[in-house]
Design a protein around this ligand. Structure first.
Ligand SMILES: NC(=O)c1ccc[n+]([C@@H]2O[C@H](COP(=O)([O-])OP(=O)(O)OC[C@H]3O[C@@H](n4cnc5c(N)ncnc54)[C@H](O)[C@@H]3O)[C@@H](O)[C@H]2O)c1
Length: 352
């Protein structure tokens, strides 16, 4: 499977994993000569380009898009139109128009679109999903998901206060995909409305809370940005309440942060006794070595992409839930601008 990679920072990490998993990463692309030099050193034999359009003519089976967060849709559409399977990093689109254009491109293409949402496949999220899928907590009513970084003020400034970098120009709601994608995967539903609040009105870019209504009637509360005190599960915490119990990742330091507490209420059990368990994820082994927990999601995403391209398996996260997660961030920004007004999310499932 011949793969190209656009953007060589996160993209270099993904390219390295692609090679470890047996994919042939033949070409990479970055505007920055330092990133190209780093890629040449780490990926012997790779061809390097400055502009992603050069990769359209490289006879690729698949492309990994890890360029700027708010610039993924134009290359995704171009590669789909060239019959190249796309794996796109954590934003599918940056506007409603782009969302429609991307869905239309995927529909007319012989190739597929996959969303590279490793947070859906983190070990603790998978444990919560197993409990939900087994019916252990009943019908889902409330999901909470956090993507929060406990960082120093100086590090936060360096990361998000440069208006010349995508992290400085995107809306504070935009990077909600690491929380909303797990919510959509756990529930199998789509968002219908978002209401966004800044956490600290004195520093509204630092962190936001989103209230997201889902098609099944349930509610999701997602928090993301920069707040202190988070567990060590790669800035991710997930909690699902059902009609009969709860499954949530443990807010803890160290390895225990990947564990999940499952509670089934006594009144819902035949024996009238509550079931309370803390579950630890089984390690993922690759070539006899344990994959570190924070990389498990990446391995799952790349293995899924390969299965889609090589064996025709359906994408792990296809275009519609990818676009839906991004729309929550786009329309959440509109809600923020309108003083936290509830904002409907269009149903694009009927896009011609
Ligand atoms: N899933 C995860 O855990 C995770 C982690 C980090 C980043 N990401 C995602 O990966 C993407 C990139 O993030 P990053 O941290 O690597 O950003 P970054 O800004 O550090 O790196 C992006 C790279 O892409 C290059 N680039 C941008 N536009 C280009 C273009 N048109 N042509 C060629 N090169 C171009 C830049 O020169 C830069 O080197 C973002 O969407 C981000 O959300 C995901």
């Amino acid at each position: 499977m011949r793969v190209g990679v656009v953007g060589l920072r996160m993209g270099l990490y993904l390219a390295t994993w692609c090679r470890r998993l047996g994919m042939d990463v033949v070409v990479g692309c970055d505007r920055d000569p330092d990133r190209r030099a780093e890629a040449a050193a780490q990926l012997p034999g790779i061809t390097l380009a400055e502009d992603w359009r050069e990769l359209l003519h490289e006879d690729l089976d698949g492309v990994v898009l890890a360029n700027n967060f708010d610039e993924h849709a134009p290359p995704a559409i171009a590669f789909l139109d060239h019959g190249v399977h796309v794996l796109s990093e954590s934003a599918a689109c940056a506007s409603v128009d782009e969302a429609q254009a991307l869905i239309a491109a995927e529909q007319r293409s012989a190739a597929t679109y996959s969303f590279a949402e490793n947070y859906v496949f983190h070990p603790h999220v998978q444990l919560v999903r197993d409990a939900v899928d087994a019916g252990e907590i009943g019908r889902i009513t409330l999901v909470e998901a956090d993507y929060l970084h406990g960082m120093s003020p100086g590090d936060v400034t360096a990361l998000i206060r440069d208006p010349g970098h995508w992290r400085g120009r995107i809306a504070p709601t935009a990077y909600c995909t690491h929380t909303v994608s797990p919510v959509l995967a756990l529930t199998g539903e789509l968002p219908t409305e978002v209401t966004a609040f800044p956490v600290d009105s004195a520093d509204p870019r630092a962190a936001v809370v989103l209230l997201v209504r889902l098609t099944g009637g349930g509610l999701a509360v997602t928090r993301h940005g920069f707040l202190q005190g988070e567990p060590d599960s790669h800035w991710s915490w997930v909690s699902v309440r059902g009609t009969e119990g709860l499954a949530e990742s443990v807010r803890a330091a160290g390895d225990r942060a990947w564990s999940v507490r499952v509670r089934h209420e006594a009144w819902a059990a035949a024996e009238d006794v509550a079931r309370e368990q803390e579950r630890t994820p089984a390690p993922l082994l690759l070539d006899g070595a344990t994959v570190e927990p924070k990389a498990v999601g990446t391995v799952r995403v790349l293995e899924g992409f390969r299965a889609t391209v090589e064996y025709g398996e359906p994408p792990l996260i296809p275009v519609r839930p990818a676009v839906a997660a991004s729309l929550v961030g786009i329309l959440g920004a509109q809600s923020l601008r309108n003083n936290s007004h509830p904002t409907p999310i269009p149903d694009l499932t009927s896009t011609p």
